[in-house]
Design a protein around this ligand. Structure first.
Ligand SMILES: Nc1ncnc2c1ncn2[C@@H]1O[C@H](COP(=O)(O)OS(=O)(=O)O)[C@@H](OP(=O)(O)O)[C@H]1O
Ligand SMILES: [Mg+2]
Ligand SMILES: [Mg+2]
Ligand SMILES: [Mg+2]
Length: 353
């Protein structure tokens, strides 16, 4: 089997990082800062990025990493830096062998800042490049909703491995459709799923644990004989995708079921396991470029589960263009058999044809 080692390291690294994010999730303030673009970043984002890059750097020292966060704010904020180090130094998988494979403990605060800054690769069309979103859906994380720890390996522009940890998704696939905004989404008993995928080998899920990896099971999108029976998954933040346009597309397709609103790549995960069928992310701003770490793992997960993922023009997501998907606009993910119909409706609503 290909990429077996990469998949295992990524799964263990994401599982360990989720132990840290779950701790921060229960804190009130969460060490939140606003970045230059006004978006939030928390102790959880920085800490998870440090732990995951450490695991990649130890196992694949020649690989490049495109990660969302960087350490400059922390270098100017000794108190926050110390709080994060306090968390990071104590996070271990409760299984010594598994923890050892992903690098054991970091030496000190400076080593933590240094690994955080190993995620500055510019990306591109060649070589082995990891795309890391230490917390995707930070706004959901702050709100007490869904969030995801996302890691993908891209080789020569092609996504080969994807791993997504969703601490607040129900383990039971059939419960998942009731997980909507406003309902209880915290990471208690019965919650926490680790999704993983290797190109050509299908998508799987398993419960998140605090030790080694639990047994996995295959997942797939559910068959939808008629598009009008489909359920949409969409984002929560009205600034990130156009919910009015989504509603018009649903209407055009004859869909009457209410959309499931979830933050983060939990949307890709949900449709990949049949908890919802179609994920629409229709652009709000003309000039916004989607980030590769927001989509790489989810793109492969859905495609291996029987779906297609394209932009609003029906073009596959292009991970060769650097840190962003600058040649794509929006995202449309659906069961392969429905994709053309959904794209037609999207293009009609957006007046693209
Ligand atoms: N204007 C705009 N348009 C589209 N996307 C944007 C925009 N601004 C931010 N972001 C990115 O959205 C990421 C979170 O996506 P979500 O799917 O959780 O958002 S939402 O559920 O649709 O509200 C979020 O990822 P995180 O920062 O990792 O949370 C951002 O990278
Ligand atoms: Mg962010
Ligand atoms: Mg993100
Ligand atoms: Mg993020």
């Amino acid at each position: 089997m290909t990429y077996e080692h990469e998949r295992r390291i990524a799964e263990l690294a994401v599982q360990r990082a989720c132990l840290l994010t779950k701790k921060v999730f229960h804190e009130k303030a969460k060490g939140t800062l606003a970045k230059d673009d006004k978006s939030p970043v928390t102790k959880g984002d920085f800490g998870a990025q440090a732990l995951i890059i450490q695991a990649i750097a130890k196992n694949f020292p020649n690989d490049e990493i495109v990660a969302e966060e960087e350490s400059s704010e922390l270098r100017q904020d000794a108190a926050l830096r110390a709080e994060i180090w306090d968390l990071v130094k104590d996070i271990k998988l409760n299984d010594a062998a598994s923890d050892e494979v992903i690098g054991g403990s970091l030496a000190n605060e400076e080593a933590m800042l240094a690994v955080i800054d190993q995620g500055k690769s510019l990306g591109g069309a060649t070589g082995r490049i990891w795309a890391l979103d230490p917390i995707d859906g930070t706004k959901g994380f702050l709100r007490g909703g869904q969030y995801a720890v996302c890691l993908a390996l891209i080789v020569d522009g092609d996504v080969k491995v994807g791993v997504i940890g969703c601490p607040n998704l129900p383990i039971d696939d059939s419960e998942a459709l009731t997980t909507n905004i406003g309902s209880e989404q915290s990471d208690e008993e019965g919650k926490g799923v680790l999704f993983s995928v290797v190109q050509g080998e299908g998508a799987v899920s398993r419960p998140l644990t605090n030790a080694g990896l639990a047994p996995s099971k295959p997942i797939s999108m559910r068959p939808v004989p008629d598009v009008s029976q489909a359920v949409f998954c969409e984002g929560v933040e009205a600034a990130h995708s156009n919910q009015d346009d989504n509603a018009s597309v649903a209407k055009r397709l004859g869909i009457t079921a209410p959309s499931v609103r979830l933050d983060s790549q939990a949307k890709y995960c949900s449709i990949a396991r049949g908890a919802g069928d179609i994920y629409l992310r229709l652009p709000m701003k003309k000039d916004y470029q989607e980030k590769i770490w927001d989509h790489a793992a989810g793109d492969l997960l859905v495609r291996e589960a029987g779906g297609q993922v394209t932009d609003i023009y029906g073009k596959r997501l292009d991970f060769t263009k650097g840190r962003t998907l600058k040649d794509n606009k929006g995202v449309v993910a659906a069961p392969a058999a429905l994709q053309d119909q959904v794209i037609d409706a999207v293009q009609a609503v957006l007046n693209l044809k």
